[in-house]
Ligand binder design. Structure first.
Ligand code: PLP
Length: 371
C-alpha cells in the first residue's frame, strides 16, 4: 500500500509541551457525535451551553462571551482587530514571544504601537505601566497573563487594569495558557477583553478559542468609524451568531464545538477550585523533582505559571537531543525554548488533562537516566 492510503495511525504521545494538551476520552467521544447543521436548534442550544460554561471560568457575566473559530491566535486577532482602528495608539507590554506577537498584530491593524519591553522571563510592575501610560494617549494596552515562551505569570492584573482605565485605555489580556488552569477573574480584575484557546489548560482539541468582551470594550467596538477589516472574526457579527436569533455568519466547526462543550463540562464536574489546586499540586511535584535532579528553574517560584515549567538546560546538555529521546523512547512531548531562550530552557506543560501525577513520575524518571 502506498503511504498515503495506509491507516491513520499517529504515535500515542503524552503531551507535556506548551499545547496541545491531552484530551479526555469523553472529549474524543464527543467529537464522534453525528453532525447537525450550524443553525440547527440543537446546535444553537449547544453554543448557549458553551457560553454558560465559559462564563464562570472567565469569572465574568459578560454577555459577549463566545468561542471564535480558530486557535488562540484567532482569538488574539479578534481582540486586536476589533478594538484597533487605523491611527489608534496602542501600548504593547512585551516580556516574551506572545507579547511581541500582540505588538506586531496591533501594528498590522494600523495602530501606532509603543513598545514597553522587559527581558524575556521578567514581569511588569504597575509602576512601569503607569509611567508608560502617562507618556501617551493610548486606546489599548496589550498584556500576556501567562507567557508560554518563558513560564512567567504576570501578577497584579487588577491594579494594571485600573491604571489602564484611569488613563482612558482598554486592557486586552492574553489568557491562552492561564484559562482553565489557574483563576482568571475578568470582572473582578476589570479586564476589558480576555481570550484563550481550546487546546491548552482547557484540554479540548485546537480549533475553537474562547473570548470575552466587557461593556467598555463593546462600546468602543460599536463606536468604530468603520467595521473591522477582519470579517471572519468580527465580534459584533459573531455576537449575533451566538445570540438569541442566530443568523449565518460562518459555518461553525461543529465537532470541535461538541468537544469544547465536553471539555468545559469536565472542568465544571471536577470543580474549578479543585482543578486549579490540581494544577498547582502537580506543578509543585514537578518543580521538586527537577530540583532533586539538580536542575534549576528559569523563573522564581513566586512568578511561575503552574501549567508551564521552564527548567534551565544544564551545562553540557544538548536540549534538543533530550527532547528527541523523550519523544522516541517514552512518547513524551516537551518543547524547547525559542528566541533568546533557544537551547537555554525546556518548556514542560502540565495543562488540563496532561496535569497528572503519573506523567510527572514518568518524565522525571526518564530525565534521571540522562542527567
Ligand atoms: C499558544 C499561545 C498563543 C497562540 O495560540 P495558538 O493556539 O497557537 O494560535 C497565544 N498566546 C499564548 C500565551 C499562548 O500560549
Amino acid at each position: 500500500m502506498s503511504p498515503s492510503t495506509r491507516d491513520l495511525n499517529p504515535s500515542q504521545r503524552i503531551l507535556l509541551g506548551p499545547g496541545p494538551s491531552d484530551v479526555h476520552p469523553r472529549v474524543l467521544r464527543a467529537m464522534a457525535t453525528p453532525l447537525v447543521g450550524h443553525l440547527d436548534p440543537d446546535f444553537i442550544q449547544i453554543m448557549q451551553d458553551v457560553k454558560a460554561l465559559l462564563k464562570p471560568i472567565f469569572g465574568t457575566n459578560n454577555d459577549l462571551t463566545l468561542a471564535v473559530p480558530g486557535t488562540g491566535t484567532a482569538a488574539m486577532e479578534a481582540a486586536v482587530g476589533n478594538l484597533i482602528e487605523p491611527g489608534d495608539s496602542a501600548l504593547a507590554c512585551i516580556h516574551g514571544y506572545f507579547g511581541e506577537r500582540l505588538a506586531e498584530m496591533a501594528g498590522r491593524y494600523g495602530a501606532t504601537v509603543t513598545r514597553l519591553e522587559l527581558a524575556w522571563g521578567e514581569v511588569f510592575d504597575v509602576g512601569n505601566i503607569e509611567q508608560a501610560l502617562s507618556a501617551g494617549d493610548f486606546k489599548v494596552v496589550t498584556l500576556v497573563h501567562a507567557e508560554t515562551s518563558t513560564g512567567a505569570l504576570q501578577p497584579d492584573i487588577q491594579e494594571i487594569a485600573s491604571a489602564c482605565h484611569q488613563a482612558g485605555a482598554l486592557l486586552i489580556l492574553d489568557c491562552v495558557t492561564s484559562l482553565g488552569g489557574l483563576p482568571v477573574e475578568v470582572d473582578a480584575w476589570g479586564v476589558d477583553v480576555a481570550y484563550s484557546a481550546g487546546q491548552k489548560s482547557l484540554s479540548a482539541p485546537p480549533g475553537l478559542s474562547p473570548i470575552t468582551v466587557g461593556d467598555r470594550a463593546r462600546h468602543a467596538i460599536e463606536a468604530r468609524s468603520a467595521p473591522p477589516a477582519v470579517f471572519y472574526l468580527d465580534l459584533l457579527k459573531l455576537a449575533a451568531y451566538w445570540g438569541e436569533n442566530p443568523s449565518y455568519h460562518h459555518t461553525s466547526p461543529i465537532s470541535t464545538m461538541y468537544a469544547l462543550r465536553e471539555a468545559l463540562r469536565l472542568a465544571h464536574e471536577e470543580g474549578l477550585s479543585e482543578r486549579y489546586a490540581r494544577h498547582a499540586r502537580n506543578a509543585q511535584r514537578l518543580w521538586d523533582g527537577l530540583t532533586e535532579l539538580g536542575i534549576d528553574l528559569f523563573i522564581p517560584e513566586s512568578l511561575r505559571v503552574p501549567q508551564l515549567t521552564t527548567p534551565l538546560v544544564p551545562d553540557g546538555v544538548d536540549a534538543d537531543e533530550v527532547r528527541h529521546r523523550l519523544l522516541e523512547k517514552y512518547n513524551i512531548e516537551i518543547a524547547g525554548g525559542f528566541g533568546p531562550l533557544a537551547g537555554k530552557i525546556w518548556r514542560i506543560g502540565l495543562m488540563g488533562n496532561s496535569s497528572r501525577a503519573e506523567n510527572i513520575e514518568l518524565l522525571l524518571s526518564a530525565l534521571s537516566h540522562w542527567l
